[in-house]
Design a protein around this ligand. Structure first.
Ligand SMILES: Nc1nc2c(c(=O)[nH]1)N[C@H]1C(S)=C(S)[C@@H](COP(=O)(O)O)O[C@H]1N2
Ligand SMILES: [Mo]
Length: 258
């Protein structure tokens, strides 16, 4: 019942936004910004009409992706021989202690706007149904690689904890001090997963052990490594000192669709 309703709502949004963006000049852009806001198509880092680009990217991706929801998957033959590691592993004592114990004491806490807050151990996660994909990981610096990722689908975990209807974003906190967020559309996407393994091996420290997020439809910097915990929230203003994503503080877009 709800699917046709949602898609007709999106069609309406599409018509309205297309009409607004077809108008030329500052007036048209102002109208597009107002309409995007009214229809819930503004990303959390938008700056009104002064940076309409972020809003239009997010709005048009959300509309296009409603029709073409899956990121491309590759065959095993296409897996890259080299998969670069970006950055350094967390330097905190907590992380070193967990890594030294092969992450035995690690849990994935899920809190916030959920019916049944939980803390899953690595063994719990390994007992859940395995989700697998061979997808492209692309860094904003210009390099990319194709890898196989195996883990637990994020929608599966969300169903286990029971997301309340107030939740609008999932926030991720990482052991290296990064944090970030994705909207429920990406969180419920069938390819979004908490990856435990890469190319058939347990996730290495370099690639984000014990668990990293994989968001196949966004740039690599949204696939957070070294996950410590997750929180479901209705408003991103309350997190990260007002920054919805560590990268937004470095002038990257919150929504990084590819
Ligand atoms: N916690 C955390 N997550 C992170 C990063 C990071 O430094 N810390 N780097 C991001 C960036 S910019 C990219 S391109 C990818 C790199 O993933 P890889 O090192 O597994 O190739 O992880 C992303 N996730
Ligand atoms: Mo990156």
């Amino acid at each position: 019942m709800s699917a046709p309703l949602a898609s007709s709502k999106l069609d309406r949004r599409k018509l309205i936004l297309a009409g607004a963006t077809a108008l030329t000049g500052a007036a048209g852009i102002g109208v597009a910004a107002t309409l995007a806001k009214r229809y819930g198509l503004t990303p959390p880092d938008h700056q009104g009409i002064y940076n309409i680009g972020e809003t239009l990217t997010y709005a048009s991706q959300r509309i296009l992706m409603a029709r073409h929801p899956l990121a491309r998957e590759f065959s095993a033959r296409e897996i890259s021989r080299v998969s670069p590691v970006k950055g350094k592993p967390p330097e905190t004592e907590t992380y070193h202690r967990l890594a030294d114990a092969s992450f035995k004491g690690w849990t994935l806490g899920i809190s916030g706007l959920v019916a049944r807050p939980a803390a899953f151990s690595l063994d719990d996660l390994k007992r859940f149904p395995v989700s697998s994909q061979i997808t492209l990981h692309a860094c904003e610096e210009g390099w990319s690689y194709i890898a196989q990722w195996q883990g637990v689908s994020l929608p599966y975990l969300l169903n286990r904890v029971g997301v309340t209807n107030k939740a609008r974003y999932v926030v991720f906190y990482c052991y290296d001090g990064w944090w970030g967020s994705i909207d429920m559309d990406d969180a419920w996407h069938p390819q979004t997963m908490m990856a435990l393994a890469m190319n058939g091996q347990d996730l290495s420290i370099g690639h984000g052990a014990p668990v990293r997020l994989r968001v196949a439809r966004q740039m690599g910097y949204k696939s957070y490594k070294y996950i410590a915990r997750m929180e479901l929230v209705d408003d991103l203003k309350k997190i990260g000192g007002g920054l919805p994503d560590f990268s937004v503080g470095r002038k990257y877009a919150w929504y990084a669709g590819i």
